[in-house]
Design a protein around this ligand. Structure first.
Ligand SMILES: [Zn+2]
Length: 248
């Protein structure tokens, strides 16, 4: 899909650039098409960071997730405008890869192959971008929903990013790893709980808990943005006057 670079640049042209689903969700009126980077990766520079946006594919979700109070007619009209033809919402899932010095930092690692067939494309798009998963040094989980962390494990029990250090909000970790959580949650959330516990357990020996104000590396700081999940975090990327230039 062709991307309107000018539109994207406008969306991202802020003094400080926020990454993570909360930032995207808060801009609920932004044109989804501008973010549907389902083809080649796109990149830009923010401060000391080279940011490459990689596609993990897209999701298929109930259409009313975009506007819970809208009528079926309104939802159909919105879907048509956005080019969603499946009868469901089709949000693109994009993953920022941030390079600074010797660090290659991924923000979330996508759905993997156990969530939805239209998602879990990060591995092939990393490969297409010429990046070896073993070269990723850090992974920051914004939260532990399937489309953000189920890509942690491949081939059953191997880490997709075997050499990375992992970071997650402490409140998020505590929420999902509670052994009693499964019995407290509605039955339809069972797969989310089991998936979060399976993938988080895989990184327990290499994870660092973070909270608002912490820095992953200098210039990449954590914001507490609970709501979507109890321990959701976003990241703020420092950098002068905003976007300086596209690099791809
Ligand atoms: Zn989520």
């Amino acid at each position: 899909m062709a991307v309107d670079h000018e539109e994207l640049l406008h969306l991202l042209n802020r003094r400080q650039f926020l990454v993570g689903s909360a930032a995207l969700a808060s801009a609920s009126l932004m044109p989804w098409k501008a973010l549907a980077l389902s083809a080649a990766p796109h990149g830009f520079v923010q401060g000391d960071f080279e940011v490459t946006v990689l596609s993990d594919g897209s999701l298929r979700l109930p259409l009313n997730i975009i506007a819970v109070d809208a009528s079926p007619e309104q939802l159909a009209e919105i879907a048509k405008r956005l080019g969603w033809s499946s009868g469901k919402a089709e949000p693109a899932t994009n993953i920022p890869l941030m390079k600074k010095g010797n660090d290659l930092i991924l923000i979330d690692n996508g759905s993997g192959n156990k969530f939805q067939p239209t998602a879990g494309k990060l591995a092939e798009n990393l490969k297409a971008a010429g990046i070896d998963p073993g070269a990723v040094t850090k992974v920051v989980f914004t939260h532990a929903h399937p489309d953000h962390i189920w890509g942690t494990l491949v081939d059953g029990d191997k880490l997709f990013l075997p050499n990375a250090a992992y970071y997650i909000g402490g409140a998020e970790w505590n929420f999902w790893t509670d052994p009693g959580l499964l019995s407290k949650m509605p039955a339809e959330m069972g797969d989310f709980v089991k998936g979060a516990q399976r993938n988080l357990a895989a990184v327990k020996d290499r994870v660092t808990m973070v909270k608002g104000g912490d820095e992953i590396v200098p210039g990449l700081s954590v914001l507490d943005t609970p709501g979507h999940t109890p321990g959701h975090i976003s990241l703020e990327v420092s950098g002068g006057e905003g976007l300086e230039r596209f690099i791809a």
